[in-house]
Design a protein around this ligand. Sequence first.
Ligand SMILES: Nc1ncnc2c1ncn2[C@@H]1O[C@H](COP(=O)(O)OP(=O)(O)OP(=O)(O)O)[C@@H](O)[C@H]1O
Ligand SMILES: [Mg+2]
Length: 481
Amino acid sequence: MNPFRSVGARLGLGLAIVVAAALVLVDLIVVPSLERNLINAKLDQLREAAPTVGSQLLNSPPFTLDDVIQSAADSTNARVVYFQLLDVSPVRLSVFADSSPVTSADVENDRLAVRAYTGRRPVSGTVTTADGERFAEVAQPVFTGPVVLLRASLEDSLQSVHLVRRRLVIAGLIALAASLLVGYLAASVFARRIRRLERAADRIAGGDFSEPVADQGKDELGELAVAFERMRQRLAQLEHARREFIANASHELRTPLFSLGGFLELMDEEELDPKTQAEFMATMREQIDRLTKLATDLLDLSRLDAGQLRVEREPVDLAELADTLVEEFRAVARSSGHDLAVEGTRNATALGDDERALQIGRILVGNALVHTPPGTRVRVRTARRNGSVLLTVEDGGPGIPAEHAEHVFDRFYRVEGSVASGSGLGLAIARELAELMGGSVELHVIPGRTIFALVLPSTAVENGHGFPHGKAVTSAVTPTI
Ligand SMILES: Nc1ncnc2c1ncn2[C@@H]1O[C@H](COP(=O)(O)OP(=O)(O)OP(=O)(O)O)[C@@H](O)[C@H]1O
Ligand SMILES: [Mg+2]
C-alpha cells in the first residue's frame, strides 16, 4: 500500500493541518489584537496625563519651564514637547521646549500636533519615524500656547509582541512535529489492529476457522473483533454440521448401494433357482425403497436449509388426518402385528399445511410401528391445549431412554440397539416442518408409554384442556388423555 495513503499518514497529516491552521489563526487574530491592546494602553496612559502636563506647562514661569517639562517627562515616562506657533497659514509649529536633550527636526511640525492645533482638540495615534521606530503620541492643545506633545516609544511593547510571536511559532512548530508523530503512531497502532482483523477475515473467507479472532481493545475495533469472533464460531459450527451431514448422508447412501451391488453380482455370477432369485429381488426392492426414501428425506432437508420449502397456513382437521393415517398404515400394522387405532378424536382444526401435517403424522406413526415390537398398542388421538391443537401418537413400546430423548430430533440420530434401523432423519424433518408451520413436535416419555405430539396453532384461540404444556422431554409429565 502507498505509505501516504495509510491511515497513519492521513491522521498525522490531518492533525498537522489542524495545528498549522490554529497557528495561522493565532498569528492573524491573537497577535495583532495583543499589539493593538498594548498600543491602546500606552495611548490611554498618555491621554490621561496630557491635560495635566499641559496645564503644568501653561502655569509655569518661563525660567522653570525646563524643570517642569523634565519632571513631566519623568512622571509620564514619555518625551514631552511644548510647541509654539511659527506661522498661521499654513500652520507651522516649532519646538519651544523639549524634555529630550536632542531636539531633533523629527518633531518639528509633528503631524498630530498640527492637527490638534487646527482642530483645537486632543489628537492621538502612532507615528513611525524615518529610521523605522514607532511611537505612541498624544497632542493636547493648550489654552494660550499652541500644543503640548507627549511621545512614548512603543519599542518595548512591540518587542514583547515579537517575543510572543516568536515563541508561538516555535511552540507551533514543536506541536506540528509532535502532532505528525503522535498521529502517525496512534494510527499505526489502529492500522495494525485493523490489519489483524483483515487477516482474520481472509482466513475465515478461506475456510480456516481454527484461529480465534482476538483483540484486547475495549473500543469500536474491539467490538468489531468480538462480532468477527461470533461470526467465526457460527461459521465453524455450520461448517462442522455441513461436513457431518455430508459424511452421514454418504454413509447412509453407501450401505444400500453396496447391498444392491452385492446382489447384482451374485445374480450375475451364479445360476439361482427361481425361489432364491425372488427373495433377492424382494430384498433389492427394499433397498431401492430405502434409497428412494433417503433421497426424498435429504431433498426435504436441503430445501428446509435453503428456506425453499413453503407451507400453507390453512385450516387442517387433525381428527380427519388421524383417520387417514390409521387407514394408510392399517396394512403395515396388520403385517407387523401392531394394534393401531384412532381413539377419542374430536373435531380439532389447526392452522397449517395438510400435506406437511400428514407427512409428520406418517413419520410419527411409522416410528411407532417400526421401533416397537409386534403386538404393541399404538393410539392416534387429537387434543386441544391453550390456543393449540395436538395430534398425538402414543405407543406402549420400550420407549426412549432419557439420555437419548434430547437427541432423537437431531439429524441422523438413532438410539443404539433400536429394534429397526432407519436413517435417523424422520424426527428431524418432522420437527423442522412443524416449526415452519409455527408449531412443534414434542416427546413425552412416561414409563410404558411413548407419546409424540404434533402441536399446531389452533384456528381459534381457546382455553382447552386435555394435554400437558410445553416441549416436554420428561417422564415426570403425565398426560391426561
Ligand atoms: N416410538 C418410538 N419408540 C422408540 N424409539 C423411537 C420411537 N420413535 C423414534 N424412536 C427412536 O428415535 C430414533 C430417531 O427416529 P427418526 O424417525 O428420526 O429416525 P429413524 O426412524 O431411525 O430413521 P428414518 O425415520 O429416517 O427412517 C430412532 O432411530 C429410534 O431409535
Ligand atoms: Mg423414523
